[in-house]
Design a protein around this ligand. Structure first.
Ligand SMILES: [Zn+2]
Ligand SMILES: [Zn+2]
Length: 371
């Protein structure tokens, strides 16, 4: 009835605005450390774009860095980069992300999709040599543009990937899994390697499974948190080690006593005190990977003679741009299990409580913002 009156009285702007610009809830940071959950207009779909109605969005340590204004954060900001939803509307000429033949996949209203948050210019030297994650114009949904801690998310169609038939509690891990798929690419050749992962957060747990799927001969996961280790070893055939937070170096030496030195050593903690000691775990010729997000100000001490003498490689693996198809293929192959990983769910309105759980609740594993 209100709509009918507006159609008849388009000059009456007061009602027309409310009808033509429906509102949604969103987490909005005006500046680092300061956010509110407020009503904002639902974005309007343009050419090549897709509007997604959010069903779930994962939180991770990156959201704490964004809270502090780090990690390419662009304010005002709605975070949320691990996004799952259903297609609400499709703009003109919008198709989904490229499938193998280079064609965009058609999208249907109501279809379950995941969103690749990352994009690059596709024209610079890095992009043209096939390394778009190094692009100077690299941009991220939920850091440089509005993300999914909201009722709706507007994104370019090329960043939307079909997740039909995948359990939503698995599909919500698509983004961290795509980052891991990129890391696995970086680690080729991986087959036959012994690997140790430091940090049994959700990423560490997923990572152990992708490493085995990628051909690693053995995987050991280390963390001080026995609950997280128990979850991880219930999901994959891995070794576990309970780290002593007070004696990281001693813990690592004890691991080498148990398992020998490792071909590949991966940090998924981002903690300088752990990163500094990683060479202890590496075999001669081994590779050490910085995968966890360290604080931007952190500095660590490494012995250059040790790196030289034992021909160690220290490498980073940052994010992904083109790895969503690989992650989704691993899901569809049944290679990745996440039972018990999601421990906490909060509504968009409860973002403050979700952040607090992420920061300090030792029983929290994966935290998901749900519709
Ligand atoms: Zn994340
Ligand atoms: Zn580029």
């Amino acid at each position: 009835m209100v709509a009918a009156r507006i159609l008849g009285n388009m000059h009456q702007r007061y009602d027309a605005t409310a009808i033509l610009n429906p509102m949604m809830r969103a987490v909005v940071y005006d500046e680092p450390g300061s956010f509110t959950v407020r009503e904002v207009p639902v974005p309007t779909v343009g050419e090549g774009q897709v509007l997604v109605r959010m069903t779930a969005a994962g939180m991770c340590g990156t959201d704490l860095h964004l809270h502090e204004g780090q990690f390419l954060a662009n304010f005002p900001l709605t975070p949320g980069h691990e996004n799952l939803g259903v297609v609400e509307s499709v703009g003109n000429d919008a198709t989904g992300g490229e499938v193998l033949d280079g064609e965009g996949a058609p999208l249907q209203v109501g279809q379950q999709v995941v969103i690749n948050p990352n994009s690059a210019c596709r024209a610079c030297a890095y992009c043209l040599e096939g390394r778009p994650w190094l692009c100077g114009s690299f941009a991220g949904v939920g850091s440089s543009t509005p993300g999914g801690f909201a009722d709706y998310l507007l994104v370019p169609g090329a960043q939307v990937f079909d997740a039909t038939g995948i359990d939503p509690d698995l599909a919500v891990f698509a983004e961290p899994s795509a980052c891991i798929a990129h890391l696995i690419d970086r680690l080729e050749p991986l087959a036959g390697c012994s690997v140790v992962v430091l940090g049994a957060g959700p990423t560490g747990v997923l990572l152990t499974q992708f490493l085995l799927f990628g051909g690693a001969s053995s995987v050991v996961l280390a963390d001080p948190n026995e609950f997280k280790l128990a979850v991880a070893s219930s999901l994959a055939d891995i070794g576990t080690f309970v780290m002593n937070r007070e004696d990281v170096a001693g813990s690592m030496d004890a691991m080498v006593t148990s398992w020998g030195e490792f071909d590949v050593v991966i940090d998924a903690t981002g903690r300088a005190g752990v990163i500094e000691e990683l060479p202890r775990l590496a075999r001669g010729g081994g590779r050490i990977v910085y995968y966890g997000v360290a604080d931007e100000a952190d500095v660590v001490r490494i012995s250059p003679f040790d790196i030289f003498r034992r021909e160690l490689t220290i490498m980073g693996s940052f994010t992904e741009v083109d790895s969503f198809p690989d992650a989704l293929a691993a899901f569809r192959a049944g290679a990745i299990r996440v039972d018990g990983l999601i421990t906490h769910r909060f509504g968009v309105d409860e973002y403050a409580a979700a952040l607090e759980a992420l920061r300090s609740d030792r029983s929290a594993h994966k935290i998901v913002i749900t519709a």
